[in-house]
Design a protein around this ligand. Structure first.
Ligand code: PMP
Length: 410
């Protein structure tokens, strides 16, 4: 794939020009949220400056422009994923998208005693909604265990499919802690053959890897715009047409109906059935600019850049005495590295690094069951994106040496 120069990319990101505690910012927290290029910030402002109006049914120029911007973003998102336009539902984020599948689809389609299969590496947003609907509907919840190096245990997965015949298999494409990239296409084929509907949390994969829903062969895929150069407040649920037709709306109101009488209503077709109320219009317009930016780089090139960087970071971090990296070897992971340093609390580590202008995250990263499995209450996490380069990694490593001297006294 064509490559790009992160130093050139960085010039497009105003926030990366600022300093933190008198140091240039080394932003290594893109798994939490990415920074935004000027083109996205401008698109957001430009919508409010030029085209602001509500969508649908407005017979005036601004309303038509707003509708074109909103529906145009849907078309662009569909093309980005290899999906049809009517398979793209806009939500507030990945979390809302996963909740919509759990409450709108699973709760109505499953029967008491049915099993939902998740994995031990799930983010709380692909676990808690399943717990909630399992409690409501009388379903069982099982989790696929992990191998010692933080990958899914494929034998256990096969066994759980055979023994429990789950009606839903819900799993992350890429772990936000271990960095593990799960072989979703293979797992989905296996799960669907066993009669399950496959729900994929793509919050960490869609921003970083080429993702084509036809190639993956999944039923649902959820992700957030804000982790892929876009604005907050906008998420995407891709749903196979047959699945969306089976799903109940969670919110009733304007924009999601066909006909309303005092005592009953009928629903609009998907995707509008699931988009009650005024949607995030400006955010959708800005998301189009984010997709433009990523497509110009090419997702193959984005993935290759992060693979190279994570390999370098992996080698450099291992120089640091007492540092443990969680998760698989670089060839099985994306641009996320979680670690602990012996004798130092991850929060203290993050604080000292912040003083050096190095932004990482510390905590359980919304994966408490995974951290319990790893035997730690918290980890420190560095995550990469298109604007990071080896210099950021070198700054991280230097700051970690400094933190060890300060905190571990060695
Ligand atoms: N799943 C994963 C794997 C994530 O990393 C995140 C974001 N931390 C989410 C789901 C939830 O995304 P959001 O908060 O944007 O809804």
């Amino acid at each position: 794939p064509a490559s790009f120069d992160p130093a050139v990319i960085r010039r497009d990101f105003p926030i990366l020009q600022r300093q933190v505690h008198g140091r240039p910012l080394a932003y290594l927290d893109s798994a939490a949220t990415s920074q935004k290029p000027g083109a996205v910030i401008d698109a957001l402002a430009e919508f409010y400056r030029q085209s602001n109006a509500n969508v649908h049914r407005g017979i005036h120029t601004l309303a038509e422009e707003a509708t074109a911007a909103y529906e145009g973003a849907r078309a662009r998102t569909a093309a980005f994923l290899g999906a049809r336009e009517d398979e793209i539902v806009f939500t507030r984020g990945a979390t809302e998208a996963l909740n919509l599948v759990a409450w709108g689809w699973a709760l109505h389609r499953l029967r008491p005693g049915d099993t939902i299969l998740v994995t031990l590496m799930e983010h709380h947003s692909n676990l808690v909604p399943w717990q909630q609907v399992a409690a409501r509907g009388g379903f069982h919840l099982r989790a696929v265990p992990l191998t010692g190096d933080g990958r899914l245990d494929r034998d256990a997965f096969t066994r759980l499919l055979e023994e429990h015949r789950p009606k839903v298999v819900a799993l992350a494409h890429m772990s936000n802690v271990l960095g593990t990239i799960n072989p979703v296409a293979e797992l989905a084929r296996q799960a669907r053959q066993a009669g399950a509907v496959v729900v994929v949390d793509g919050a960490q994969s869609v921003p970083h890897l080429p993702v084509d829903v036809a190639e993956l062969g999944v039923d649902f895929l959820a992700f957030s715009a804000h982790k892929m150069l876009g604005p907050t407040g906008l998420g995407v649920l891709y749903g196979r047409r047959e699945r969306l037709a089976e799903m109940e709306p969670l919110l009733g109101g304007g924009g999601m109906i066909r006909q309303v009488e005092v005592e009953r209503s009928t629903w609009a077709d998907p995707p509008h059935r699931f988009e009650a109320g005024t949607p995030p219009i400006a955010e959708a317009a800005a998301f189009t600019a984010a997709l433009d930016y990523l497509e110009r780089l090419g997702m193959e090139a984005v993935a290759a850049h992060e693979r190279e960087l994570v390999r370098y970071a992996w080698e450099r971090l291992r120089e640091i005495p007492g540092l443990t990296i969680y998760g698989p070897a670089p060839e099985h992971r994306g641009g996320v590295i979680s670690f602990t340093v012996e004798g130092v609390h991850p929060h203290d580590l993050a604080q000292v690094l912040d003083g050096e202008g190095v932004a990482i995250r510390a905590g359980h990263h919304c994966t408490q069951p995974l951290h319990r499995h790893l035997g730690v209450v918290a980890t420190a996490r560095a995550s990469f994106y298109i604007y990071n380069d080896r210099d950021d990694v070198d700054r991280l490593v230097a700051a970690l040496h400094h933190a060890r001297r300060l905190l571990a006294g060695s």
